[in-house]
Unconditional design. Structure first.
Length: 287
């Protein structure tokens, strides 16, 4: 039986180091990696008898670590400092730094299903593809969708693309952010998701939620492509389940925290999330 979003319930909720942002998970485990507002990358094991956050070692980042992606035995992290940093998961030590990987704040890094590539997106609205083994940039794509900018009241982006993920077959690329913002002091725009056939550049889906406003910070496909999950928020937070075949929402829930990042397990029935002062786990029974 497949996991049923209607059977969702929280299973665990613990404190974090600083404000936790980026998150990825080791397959077939309860072990995660996350970035923090203290400029560091951490490892945390929900399944340990006495779990604790273990920091990675190296020069690392000079600002908030907003995103991490696990690619094989390598973690790639991105930050407001515009750097991408490669880390060895076995030693928890730094491998390489790509300084000025983007022109503005890096918002999201995502690994391809085979772990050989990572893609990154920034407030410069460029999507860049990198080779994990060498750190070489392979391609740069411009993506101006979901970009909100107010040059009179703010000199930085308010919206932009904040989430990025490949489908299980790597044929689709989903991006999430926020629709037009009326008040620059609040994230009052509708949460917005676009899905593309990235090889042809065709946009196949567009979904904007009427009630749950704010940034779509993270996107995940069901492992068999049955639905797409978006998490994020404004002052509060949300979990949004989408049926792409019908181009509609299946379920929308309050998360009780702004979800900065989340991951799914292999069977797509457990959600691990980090947010403002909280780490959380949701489980779904088969339906």
């Amino acid at each position: 039986m497949a996991a049923d979003p209607k059977q969702l319930k929280i299973a665990k909720n613990v404190g974090s180091q600083g404000i936790a942002f980026g998150l990825d998970r080791v397959p077939e485990s309860d072990r995660i990696y996350y970035g923090s507002s203290d400029f560091k990358v951490y490892e945390y094991d929900f399944g340990a008898e006495k779990p604790e956050s273990k920091a990675f070692e190296g020069e690392g980042h000079r600002s908030y670590v907003t995103t991490v992606a696990l690619a094989g035995k390598t973690v790639v992290s991105g930050s407001y400092d515009r750097r991408l940093v490669w880390w060895d998961t076995e030693t928890r030590k730094q491998i390489r730094i790509v300084a000025d990987a983007h022109k503005k704040r890096i918002r999201r890094v995502a690994a391809s299903p085979d772990g050989k590539l990572v893609a990154s997106v920034s407030d410069d609205m460029d999507v860049k593809v990198w080779d994990v083994a060498t750190g070489k940039k392979l391609k740069t794509l411009e993506s101006p969708v979901m970009y909100t900018w107010d040059p009179r009241q703010r000199r930085h982006s308010i919206g932009g693309i904040r989430s990025l993920t490949f489908s299980p077959d790597a044929k689709q690329l989903a991006v999430g952010g926020i629709a037009k913002i009326g008040n620059v002091d609040h994230l009052d725009g509708k949460s917005l998701v676009h899905v593309f056939n990235w090889q042809t550049a065709e946009r196949t889906n567009q979904l904007a939620h009427e009630k749950h406003k704010g940034l779509v910070e993270t996107l995940h496909f069901h492992h068999e492509g049955r639905w797409l999950l978006g998490t994020g928020g404004a002052h509060g937070g949300f979990l949004l389940f989408m049926d792409l075949a019908k181009n509609e929402f299946i379920r929308a829930d309050d998360a009780k925290m702004h979800v900065h990042e989340s991951v799914l397990n292999e069977s797509s029935d457990t959600i691990y999330a980090v947010g403002t002062g909280k780490l959380a786990v949701w489980e779904m029974k088969a339906g």
